[in-house]
Design a protein around this ligand. Structure first.
Ligand code: NAP
Length: 258
């Protein structure tokens, strides 16, 4: 029986991954900060799918908590790691208070690096495993530190997969578009201007990414509409990328000033 560890597994995209993995019979370890939400998610998944669900209360921006989560890989075999925990760090780069930006680097870069490394070391010794990192289509534009953090995740995962070649372990980076979760409200960003057809469900994301990860694909953009958008942003002219970046960044600023 396989075991999957999902960071940020208590809600949104992480919970959708946990559900899909439980559906196929994987045991789960869910990591997040709020114990009540973790416990509720674990109870529902255990009751619905009959799998064992362990929970770990940890703030991945805390060095001690991160080291505690890293130790799990030495203590029990983990077959699938989903580095999903994250938040919308859309602040101005000229702001004096950089604490939230440092936290974004801790949760979405350092924790990804430490946990992927720990997972890769034990997975390669068993010759099997999947590491999935949740980036964003926002990585393909340049709105703020969030774009930079998510772009780091792409480069890091590509390099990791290269190092893993021939080991039986693969790394996949996912670039979802706008996904209907608590992510936007938590950052004070309501997005009524975004047309409904652009939104993707967390379940669509999890299903598509798990299928690509099983195939050993390195880069995954869930849904055809976002694949097209990502292709245009990756291959289109710099002027177009700048124009889209400006439009999205202005939207963030307008909403955060309300
Ligand atoms: N929603 C979108 O449109 C979208 C698009 C592309 C990519 N993404 C990415 O998808 C990932 C998941 O986002 P989501 O939309 O599912 O948001 P969400 O519903 O707000 O879920 C975020 C999860 O991460 C956990 N988390 C946040 N900070 C943490 C920390 N410091 N330590 C440990 N756990 C932490 C949260 O639990 P606690 O609060 O209890 O810690 C929660 O379980 C993020 O990396 C995000 O950047 C989202």
């Amino acid at each position: 029986m396989a075991t999957a560890l999902v960071t940020g597994g208590s809600s949104g995209i992480g919970y959708a991954f946990a559900r899909k993995l439980a559906e196929r019979g994987d045991e789960l370890v869910l990591v997040a900060r709020h114990e009540d939400r973790l416990r509720a998610a674990a109870e529902t998944l255990h009751t619905t799918y009959g799998v064992t669900v362990d929970t770990v209360v940890a703030d991945l921006s805390s060095r001690d908590d991160l080291l505690a989560v890293e130790r799990i890989f030495a203590e029990r075999p983990i077959d699938v790691l989903v580095n999903n925990a994250g938040f919308a760090a859309h602040a101005k780069l000229l702001d004096e208070d950089w604490s939230n930006q440092a936290k974004a680097l801790d949760v979405m870069c350092l924790a990804v690096l430490v946990l992927s490394g720990a997972a890769a070391r034990t997975m390669t010794s068993r010759g099997v495993g999947r590491i999935i990192n949740i980036s964003s289509v926002n990585a393909l534009i340049g709105t703020d530190n969030y774009s930079a953090v998510k772009r780091w995740m792409i480069t890091y995962t590509q390099a990791l997969d290269l190092e893993l070649a021939g080991t039986g372990v693969h790394a996949t980076v996912a670039l979802p578009g706008w996904v209907k979760t608590n992510f936007h409200q938590a950052a004070g960003l309501d997005r009524p201007h975004i047309p409904g057809w652009l939104w993707v469900s967390p379940e669509e994301v999890a299903e598509s990414v798990l299928a690509d990860a099983d195939r050993g694909q390195v880069l995954c953009v869930p849904t055809t509409r976002w694949k097209v958008a990502a292709w245009v942003l990756r291959h289109g002219p710099d002027a177009l990328v700048k124009c889209v970046s400006n439009a999205v960044a202005s939207g963030h600023r307008e909403r955060s000033q309300r």
